[in-house]
Design a protein around this ligand. Structure first.
Ligand code: ADP
Ligand code: ADP
Ligand code: MG
Length: 664
């Protein structure tokens, strides 16, 4: 076995490989870019080498520097993770020439599977079923159009060199073919430097089911069951599970054997995945080869969960020349596993990636071993900055249960306790998907997200009264904490005679809202939101937790206060509510349109907006701290933020311009 390996990747996969190496007492070398100097994966390894500037082209893709780093640190092998250099045959070849073991297949196998069209020709010869289509060398538009007619519309045009869901065009009819072909070729040329395409039948409502395969250097092969990755957006996976619901043992075996035939045909060594598209019809399910990914895949933990095996350990053993640790007959499926990819992105805005600081990053209780009921693989920590340079995936949440139902319930409960503040994530969206009728009843196909969109997008799982109650409770708790519980020193509106009232102003889901808190004679609290009075009580259950009772409802919630914004997490979902400081509002006159100035000398705590944001009158823009109090600076009018003029933490003089607002 190796004494030291270099991990040529970052994020969760680098941390994950480091964890297995540590367990096997193998020393690890991290490589990192400028943006990643303080990253979790650097801390997870024994040594670290800086390899360049933040853009991947200047660091994680500079393979000569990576090989040099391995040489200098005495690493005997390089694990490429996924993405970056993992499917780069030149890199695999260069490692071999430098006398360093590439933990992956031989360069020849990467090359054979690298182009989808050529891989299909090879698979055809190996007897692996293919989607009906044309994957030959001819590329003239008229010829490809005639092939499309022969296959029958709709068809899919795919860039042969494509990957990551890019370079694909579905075409409904012959009339649209030429334009779609031209645009696919343009995208292929610019993204992959190769404009060759293939044309295949567009399978309606297919499932994506892939087989994990393994080979060793002694000619042994086996398959480690399947993963269903049908839940996709823009041809990219969102949730993955194993085993595939409803797959018969006979079909599972056929697919496994076809996948092993595919691996054998290219002399495959190590971990690989053969992806199949599965057509569902009255007659049953038929599967067709789509492509082979010649690396460890993002979703490998679901296979680890149902087999109890560590696939990275297998990769290391195979790369070190050992035979496969088990035989096919020794493998069993145990229970059901589901993985959710937690990404910094905004599902409500077409899944646009988001960047920023992880001000809050709290995870459900989890372990990191293969068969844990809840496992988290991540590459970030609270306080880390998510930069725009890399993938938006922050973490993977993997659950395992005896049945799919048990795994689903664990997933929803774990997602409810995954709290991120500071940037947008897909956590709440994932909860909606998991709870959707199609997913809950395992009606899986690649159209699931589109079909369920009404239930997935634009959901407001937290009501205004609940959010307002959470914000009020968080404020009172903070005040009690500051002042102690002694009624004579309370300045929270408590009176010994008669009820007292206290008004709160909020912004919730873009709308202004108000609430009135009434202190009752008997010492109780009543909250009125929209004229509806409800008894309010709460008990702290931890640093941020509250056991909240509002009317008849009882909710265990968590509230993180960031300046004037309370981020409220409930069992049903999450929401943010902005407290508008009435006094700060009174000071609005200070700000002439376009100039937004500090109402007092103090420290700028945070901006609630970024340059380019459009804002509504009254919306919180920034939070300042002075005299140990925080003040919200609200927008005096509707407008657009042109520029932020200070940074959080800066000391600001009274009257200093904080940001420039262009008003309509
Ligand atoms: P595929 O979508 O190709 O079937 P996966 O879903 O396993 O396979 O995704 C892996 C791909 O996603 C990589 O090839 C890469 O393009 C991209 N990717 C995901 N995360 C990262 C990352 N952290 N660094 C680089 N590339 C990544
Ligand atoms: P990539 O290299 O980008 O991963 P794939 O060939 O694996 O490309 O296809 C990605 C996804 O596109 C599949 O998971 C599936 O959802 C969809 N897809 C691919 N081929 C077809 C097809 N013939 N018909 C319908 N959908 C397809
Ligand atoms: Mg694929």
């Amino acid at each position: 076995m190796f004494q030291k390996i270099l991990i040529a990747n970052r994020g969760e996969i680098a941390c994950r490989v480091a964890a297995t190496a540590r367990r096997l007492a193998i020393r690890t070398v991290a490589v990192y870019s400028e943006a990643d100097a303080g990253a979790k994966h650097v801390a997870a390894c024994d040594e670290a080498v800086a390899i360049g500037a933040s853009p991947p082209r200047e660091s994680y893709l500079r393979w000569e520097r990576i090989i040099e780093a391995a040489r200098r640190t005495g690493a005997q092998a390089i694990h490429p993770g996924y993405g970056f250099l993992s499917e780069n045959e030149d890199f695999a070849q260069a490692c071999a020439e430098a006398g360093i073991v590439f933990i992956g297949p031989p360069a020849s196998a990467i090359q054979a599977m690298g182009l989808k069209a050529e891989a299909k020709q090879l698979m055809e010869r190996a007897g692996v079923p293919l989607v009906p289509g044309y994957h030959g060398a001819r590329q003239e538009p008229a010829f490809l159009r005639a092939e499309a007619e022969r296959i029958g519309f709709p068809v899919l045009i795919k860039a042969s060199a494509g990957g990551g869901g890019k370079g694909m065009r579905a075409v409904e009819s012959a009339a649209d073919f030429d334009a779609a072909l031209a645009s696919c070729q343009r995208e292929a040329a610019s993204s992959f430097g190769d404009d060759s395409v293939l044309v295949e039948k567009y399978v309606q409502r297919p499932r994506h089911i892939e087989i994990q395969v393994f080979g060793d250097r002694h000619g042994n092969y086996l398959w480690l069951f399947e993963r269903d990755c049908s839940v996709q957006r823009r041809h990219q996976k969102v949730l993955e599970e194993a085993p595939a619901p409803g797959l018969s043992p006979a079909l599972r075996r056929q697919m496994g054997e076809a996948a092993v035939a595919a691996a054998r045909a290219v002399g495959y060594v190590g971990a690989g995945t053969v992806e199949f598209i599965v057509e569902q019809s009255e007659a049953g399910m038929s599967f067709f080869f789509m492509e082979m990914n010649t690396r460890l895949q993002v979703e490998h933990p679901v296979t680890e969960a149902i087999t109890g095996l560590d696939l990275v350990e297998w990769q290391l053993r195979v790369a070190a020349g050992e035979p496969l640790p088990l035989s096919q007959d020794a493998l069993r499926i145990d229970g059901h596993a589901i993985e959710a990819r937690i990404c910094a992105e905004n599902p409500e805005n077409d899944f646009l990636p988001s960047t920023g600081t992880l001000q809050v990053y709290r995870k459900p209780p989890a372990a990191s071993f293969e068969r844990a009921p809840v496992r988290i693989d991540d590459g970030v920590r609270e306080g880390d900055t998510v930069s725009p340079f890399y993938d938006s995936m922050l973490a993977k949440l993997i659950v395992h249960g005896a049945t799919r139902e048990e795994a689903l319930a664990r997933l929803d409960a774990a997602l409810a306790r995954f709290h991120v503040v500071g940037l947008s994530t897909n956590v709440q969206f994932l909860r909606q998907v998991v709870r959707s009728d199609s997913f809950a009843t395992a009606r899986l196909d690649t159209a699931l997200i589109a079909r369920e969109r009404d239930a997935l997008f634009g959901q407001h799982p937290v009501s205004l009264p609940l959010a307002a109650a959470a914000a009020v409770a968080a404020t009172l708790r903070e005040e009690q904490h500051l002042q102690g519980a002694d009624p004579f020193s309370r300045r929270d509106g408590w009176r010994s005679h008669g009820p007292a009232r206290r008004r709160f102003a909020f912004e919730f889901e873009g709308e202004p809202a108000g609430a009135e808190l009434v202190y009752e004679h008997g010492g109780g609290l009543r909250l009125e939101v929209g004229g509806n009075p409800l008894a309010l009580a709460f008990d702290p259950t931890g640093e941020h937790g509250l056991d909240l009772r509002l009317g008849d409802a009882r909710e265990r919630i968590t509230v993180y206060t960031q300046g004037e914004v309370d981020h409220v997490f409930t069992d049903q979902g999450a929401a943010a509510i902005v407290s508008l400081d009435l006094l700060a509002h009174a000071g609005e006159g200070h700000a002439e349109a376009g100039r937004l100035t500090a109402p007092m000398p103090g420290k700028l705590v945070s901006f609630a907006v970024r340059a380019g944001d459009t804002v509504r009158k009254g919306q919180a823009l920034a939070v300042m701290e002075a005299m140990k109090m925080e003040h919200t600076i609200a927008a005096p009018a509707d407008g657009t933020v042109a520029e932020l003029l200070y940074a959080p933490g800066d000391q600001v003089a009274e009257g200093a311009e904080l940001l420039r607002l262009t008003t309509a």
